[in-house]
Design a protein around this ligand. Structure first.
Ligand code: PLP
Length: 411
């Protein structure tokens, strides 16, 4: 009988988000008449920018005509999209990149999961707690997490605590780590790092020959000054960082799938015998071996997000979600909740009242109000005692949820 990859069996039996959906479905079965409001939603609710929809319709027509039909495209993305990425997302911030440092992909979740393939199994990995769970899950599935200790933590993973006391900004690791996953603006806490704060991480990585995997999925939500849009705004970062970006929350592309990863030529890893290896070469090899390129139509849609109108429409879209966040922040604070984030990110991290566990509070809110939050415990041990709301729902739904909470005697 064929052996399965035993690392998969080391994962918790249920993926947190499946568990959550199960509980929501059970509630729906028991209360078919209830109007449920999903305030924890990680998916967008608004239509994609018109410019992108038009460009994709045109591209679809091209595919139906012999002269303009296209088959497989370049595995790492079309030049027309890479040109726009370099010009608008990097040159605009004083960063120079080569075409072959940009890898267009079908979603940052794929890249965040797959990036581990190009690194050795014995690296010590640092992740924040709470964290976007894919970093840890991918490390476990790829056999890179070491062994599970009695405290429920993995031996090859260093957990960087993010608490109210440190403003949800983790301290540098006490000991040496090799790979550091950073996500800023952060999911789930909604906190962003300033340039000076991110510089400490770049300096640590340079001093320790570590590599930072910087997840910038929410960079389009940055509004305050002094928050870097790209890690490469920090001097030396090209020598120590990979950056992963997505169009999912920038242009509402969650159902279309498009993202990109930057791997600078300057970034070096090491062989077991101590020779330097250009990480870009490995990621290029992986992309060209395992991937046949993001759909032409979708890349044309992503390209259109960079036109003048496209940029205005993306801005209007992210402004809409941020305005939702402001409504939630103001209302929840007025109701006496301790609220974090929601200013440079579409996530709000909120303390459960009365020291209740996050699952208990989730259950109470669901059954007493028909409002769904995401329990903080799903994002790590230190997520316990918190829950996540996002600004991604429709405005009317958010206003109604706020009204239900305002009139709630249960908390
Ligand atoms: N990274 C973070 C921090 C996220 O929150 C998400 C989605 O919620 C992703 C990556 C994945 O985004 P996508 O695969 O849609 O590009």
């Amino acid at each position: 009988m064929a052996l399965v990859n035993g690392n998969y069996l080391k994962l918790p039996e249920y993926f947190f988000f499946n568990d959550l959906e199960g509980k929501i479905n059970a509630y729906k079965l028991l209360h078919p008449e209830a109007k449920l409001i999903r305030m924890g939603r990680g998916d967008v609710s608004q239509a994609i920018p018109e410019e992108a929809a038009k460009a994709m319709a045109d591209a679809a027509k091209e595919m139906g005509v012999l002269e303009t039909f296209r088959g497989y495209g370049p595995e790492t993305g079309y030049k027309f999209l890479k040109d726009k990425i370099i010009k608008f997302d990097y040159n605009a911030y004083g960063i120079q990149l080569e075409q072959d440092e940009v890898f267009v992909s079908d979603g940052s979740k794929s890249d965040v999961g797959n990036i581990g393939h190009i690194f050795g199994r014995d690296n010590i990995i640092a992740i924040t707690d709470p964290v976007y769970p894919v970093y840890e899950n991918a490390a476990i599935m790829g056999g890179r997490s070491g062994h599970l200790a009695d405290d429920g933590l993995w031996s090859n993973i260093v957990y960087l605590g993010c608490t109210a006391e440190n403003g949800f900004k983790p301290a540098l690791p006490q000991d040496h780590v090799d790979i550091i996953y950073l996500c800023y603006p952060n999911n789930p806490t909604g906190i962003a790092l300033t340039k000076a704060e991110l510089k400490k991480w770049v300096d640590y990585a340079l001093d320790n020959q570590a590599i930072i995997i910087f997840d910038g999925a929410y960079c389009a939500y940055i509004r305050e000054k002094d928050i870097p849009h790209s890690i490469y705004e920090i001097k030396g970062a090209k020598k120590c960082a990979i950056e992963i970006r997505s169009y999912s929350k920038t242009g509402g592309f969650t159902g279309l799938r498009c993202s990109y990863t930057i791997v600078p030529h300057e970034l070096m890893g090491s062989t077991e015998t101590g020779e330097d290896v250009e990480v870009n070469k490995l990621w290029n090899r992986r992309a060209t071996t395992y991937y046949n390129g993001t759909s032409y139509i979708v890349q044309r849609g992503a390209e259109a997000l960079y036109s003048k109108k496209g940029r205005e429409q993306c801005r209007a879209l992210t402004d809409y979600y941020l305005e939702n966040c402001k409504i939630i922040r103001d209302e929840m604070t007025a109701c006496g909740f301790e609220v974090y984030g929601g200013v440079n990110a579409p996530h709000l991290w909120i303390k459960t009242p009365g020291g209740r566990s996050s699952w208990r509070f989730f259950q109470e809110m669901l059954y007493e109000l028909g409002v769904v939050c995401t329990p903080g415990a799903g994002f790590g041990n230190l997520g316990e005692g918190y829950f996540r709301f996002t600004g991604f729902n429709q405005r009317e739904a958010i206003l109604e949820a706020m009204e239900r909470i305002r009139n709630w005697k249960g908390y």
